[in-house]
Design a protein around this ligand. Structure first.
Ligand SMILES: NC(=O)c1ccc[n+]([C@@H]2O[C@H](COP(=O)([O-])OP(=O)(O)OC[C@H]3O[C@@H](n4cnc5c(N)ncnc54)[C@H](O)[C@@H]3O)[C@@H](O)[C@H]2O)c1
Length: 464
């Protein structure tokens, strides 16, 4: 039988808080430690500063059961721990795109100072290959007396489905050669092994690289389908059908074949940059990944041209409603969200932007200026010349199109997630553009406002 572990989780952000709460839910005793005193004070009051479905309830239940607590200092939590997880951020370093490991190494030194008996230190943050070796070296240097082992255990959860993913992983990757450390990891994850989640034991370097290689593959798959979508638009094909046809091949699979405005978020872009830099340091060029990253960078801003195209390039003075700001649904995370590049480009072209997001408004206000923030989708489209769906939140999937049309000055929809069927939207009188499907022809640049523009908007033949 496994034993319940005492765990210190360093970093109470998306990964740390979700992992900490889930591990507590497995029966372990978990202390989440974060430098951010505001975050910890809020958690102690029962307030969770990040939006993640189910997280509130999970945290509250485990705090109530006495298995989950919070701290700003490492001392007691680390001293008493069998296992210390590092889940601090590893953002892109300003200037050169390498992973900024300063949070990891600062935390490592504090962990070293507080170590008690044999402790397993587990790198859950996404870190370049070799970082866990460096963590081990730092601890040896700071505490030659300490008994410890360093393990790499990268995290694959998706924001928005983080709890489900943590509890139902496709695999658990454990990079550890030390037998005692492997036993501790097996005890920590025993409840998942009962659910048949495979544990892949490997070396630390392999584990670190598995994480980056997985993300690189996913980013490549997204970029591949986005480029196919561009081709579909030119040749009068439909990317939805093409993607379905590709995805039915078991060697390829249907996931990550949804064409859209380009990938964003807290992981894929910065992990791609870090991977490219790691490779360059070893005199290797990852040309596929370099290309994926540059295609994606250009794509996000280029989405504004899709909106402009409907007005024959003339966006000055137009008002555009943007629905969805976060980089994906069910999160409040705005890091590298496609909406940022898109909105900035729309503003650069002279458009006034109104926006609504179900959870990301606070974070959006910190990064996007000169935007009129609205209370809901219908208020957002009032008097606008076009509505752009950027993030596929559930509540945008079944908007009352007639109500939308009647509120707008001009019925134009640009659906960057292909959540509507073109016939459905066009039959309500909209000009409709989406990704990788037949686009509506431009309406006149000096268009008379709805409904005079309707007749032209309905013309939906591709311009071959
Ligand atoms: N967000 C995801 O979906 C996801 C998925 C898989 C892996 N990851 C990786 O997990 C790591 C964490 O990502 P995140 O999104 O949770 O980041 P985050 O920014 O949400 O959280 C990081 C937390 O660490 C805290 N912190 C920083 N330095 C600290 C220190 N010295 N001591 C204590 N706390 C400290 C910060 O205050 C912050 O609360 C990153 O390496 C990321 O790449 C993230």
């Amino acid at each position: 039988m496994g034993r319940d572990m005492r765990i210190a989780m360093i970093g109470a952000g998306y990964v740390g808080l979700v992992s900490g709460a889930c591990l507590a839910d497995f029966g372990h005793q978990v202390v989440c430690v974060d430098k951010d005193a505001h975050r910890i004070a809020a958690l102690e009051r029962g307030e969770i500063s990040i939006y993640e479905p189910g997280l509130n309830e999970l945290v509250r239940a485990n705090v109530k059961e006495g298995r989950l607590s919070f701290a700003t200092r490492f001392g007691e939590a680390v001293r008493a721990a069998d296992a210390v997880f590092l889940a601090v951020g590893t953002p892109s370093r300003r200037g050169d795109g390498h992973a900024d490991l300063s949070f990891v190494y600062d935390a490592t030194r504090e962990i070293a100072a507080a170590l008690g008996g044999f402790t397993v230190i587990i790198t859950k943050s996404t870190v370049p290959v070799g970082t866990s070796d460096e963590i081990e070296r730092i601890i040896f240097e700071e505490r030659p007396d300490a008994e410890f082992a360093v393990v790499s255990n990268p995290e694959f959860l998706r924001e928005g489905a983080a709890i489900y993913d943590f509890k139902h992983p496709n695999r658990i990757v454990v990079g550890a050669l030390d037998e005692r450390a492997r036993e501790v990891m097996a005890d920590i994850y025993r409840p998942l092994c009962l659910n048949q989640a495979p544990i892949l034991y490997t070396t630390r370097r392999n584990a670190e690289l598995i994480k980056y290689a997985s993300n690189a593959f996913l980013a490549t798959k997204i970029t591949f389908i986005n480029e196919m979508a561009d081709l579909c638009e030119r040749v009068g094909a439909d990317i939805q059908e093409v993607a379905r046809g590709i995805g039915l091949d078991h060697r390829i699979g249907p996931k990550f074949l949804h064409a859209g405005p380009g990938f964003g978020g807290s992981c894929l872009p910065k992990d791609m940059r870090a991977l490219i830099k790691t490779a360059q340091d070893h005199d290797i060029r990852l040309r596929i990944i370099e290309t994926v990253l540059s295609i994606n960078d250009v794509r996000k801003r280029a989405m504004a041209r899709k909106v402009a195209a409907i007005f024959s390039g003339a966006l000055r003075g137009k008002t555009v409603a943007v629905l969805g700001l976060t980089f994906k649904p069910n999160t409040d995370d705005m890091r590298e969200a496609p909406s940022i590049a898109l909105i900035t480009a729309l503003q650069d072209m002279g458009a006034v932007v109104r926006a609504f997001d179900p959870a990301g408004m606070d974070q959006a206000q910190a990064v996007l200026e000169r935007v009129v923030y609205c209370e809901n989708a219908y208020e957002c489209v009032e008097g606008t010349d076009a509505v752009v769906v950027v993030t596929e939140w559930e509540q945008f999937r079944a908007l009352d199109l007639e109500r939308l049309r009647d509120l707008m000055a001009c019925p134009v929809m640009v659906d960057l997630r292909n959540i509507y069927r073109p016939e459905e939207v066009r039959s309500r009188g909209f000009a409709y553009a989406s990704i990788g499907r037949v686009q509506s022809r431009p309406i006149a640049a000096d268009h008379e406002r709805w409904p005079a523009s309707l007749a032209r908007a309905r013309e939906d033949m591709p311009s071959l």
